[in-house]
Design a protein around this ligand. Structure first.
Ligand SMILES: *Cc1c(COP(=O)(O)O)cnc(C)c1O
Ligand code: SF4
Length: 379
């Protein structure tokens, strides 16, 4: 057994552990565990500095989860975009490939709670169907291994999947979405990276939410992956009490860059049953983005996105930089709220591509007027 597997065995993972070690009420602990599995491995547990801190909030169940009935379990309508159980096919040229239901730490804010931790819903026996589906769809050029956490699979099983994908000529790139560098960096071993690099181009997106997660162990894991030629990106979720603060976010983004991890997405929290106490207003996310752009390296700036409820995909949000138009001038403000005008071209220059018509359609097909107006800025 490898070290990381031994560590997993020592996880906090029952209602009884919560009662014995953290003083939870017996009934609440069992309810919470059946709502969504508890698992906190000893590495992630060791990052907690005090009860209720940003690490604690992410991994320790909270009775507020029980009070959130009536919210959707599948807010992104993934199941309706799922042609076979292991595939979510929402975008034209890429799919999510769900490989395992297991994670080394179950995040209390997980948006896929309905499946994660439940091996009857995500399971190795659905893998072949997934490979067959990808094989039959030549438009799929990008496959994102997800779950659960694909690095919960042994190197042997993971390699079987990668081999299967590399046997499909139209699969150009493989991405792996894994939280391991953050939550159990011991999982990243030289043996693993030696295997992964045989299947390039492989990209990894990991998931750090707070600067305290950027430890020497995490850095070592990211170094191993980057040294294997794997570009590393990061997806964070904006969460109340965890990282809804521009200084915290700035520190996180800068630390990620020192670990050779490029911030990719900052997600507005989804509306998922049992996670609503983490949600922040969108204005908070916009404020954070405003305090990043221009104030630090452009490399440190993720795209802030809302994954549209109902399955519309990720929609980027930006603070308001375009203040309006005056004649042919477009009026802009910079990161210091200084105003600039840019003289736009009134006509297409010769030989330019004709504009693509993009009617704004509602779901029922009717054209929708998008109001454009000059906004006033304060500050
Ligand atoms: C996020 C996501 C992707 C990948 O999106 P990118 O913007 O290409 O990173 C693909 N499929 C689904 C269903 C997703 O939710
Ligand atoms: S690692 Fe990802 S899939 Fe697993 S519990 Fe956390 S957010 Fe959910």
């Amino acid at each position: 057994m490898e070290l990381w597997q031994e560590m997993l065995r020592q996880s906090v993972d029952t209602g009884k552990d919560l009662v014995d070690r953290f003083g939870f009420d017996d009934a609440a602990a069992n309810k919470l565990n059946s709502l969504f599995h508890i698992r906190i491995n000893p590495y992630y547990l060791s990052l907690i500095r005090y009860p209720g801190d940003p690490i604690w909030l992410q991994c320790m169940p909270d009775v507020q989860e029980l009070a959130e009935d009536g919210l959707p379990e599948d807010p992104l309508a993934e199941d309706s975009h799922s042609p076979v159980p292991s595939i979510v096919h929402r975008y034209p040229d890429r799919v999510l490939f769900l490989t395992t239901s297991q994670c080394s730490m179950y995040c209390r804010f997980c948006t896929r709670k309905r499946k994660v931790g439940d091996s009857s819903k995500i399971n190795m026996k659905f893998i072949q169907d997934g490979l067959d589906y990808i094989q039959k769809h030549p438009e799929i050029r990008d496959v994102i291994l997800s779950g659960g956490d694909p690095l919960m699979l042994t190197d042997f099983l993971l390699e079987r999947i990668l081999k299967g994908l590399r046997d499909i000529p139209h699969v150009q790139i493989i991405r792996i979405g894994t939280k391991m560098p953050c939550v159990l960096p011991q999982r990243v071993t030289p043996k693993l990276t030696k295997m992964l690099k045989k299947y390039h181009p492989v990209y990894i997106n990991t998931h750090f939410n707070h600067p305290w997660e950027c430890t020497p162990e995490a850095k070592r894991a990211c170094d191993l992956l980057a040294d294997a030629g794997i570009p590393l990106g990061n997806q964070s979720v904006l969460m109340k009490g965890v990282n809804d603060d521009s200084d915290v976010m700035l520190e996180l983004m800068r630390k990620l860059l020192t670990m050779r991890v490029r911030p990719y997405y900052l997600y507005q929290a989804d509306i998922t049953k049992g996670t609503d106490h983490f949600r922040t207003p969108v204005s908070k996310g916009l404020e954070i983005m405003d305090k990043l752009r221009g104030h630090t390296s452009g490399l440190a700036i993720p795209s802030y996105v809302i994954d549209a409820p109902g399955g519309g995909g990720k929609i980027p949000l930006l603070p308001q930089y375009v203040l309006g138009r005056a004649g042919k001038n477009i009026i802009l403000r910079n990161y210091k709220y200084e105003i600039f005008t840019y003289p736009d071209l009134e006509e297409e220059p010769p030989n330019h591509h004709p504009p693509v018509e993009r009617p704004f359609k509602r779901k029922n097909g009717k054209k929708k007027e998008i109001p454009v107006e000059v906004v006033e800025i304060e500050k």
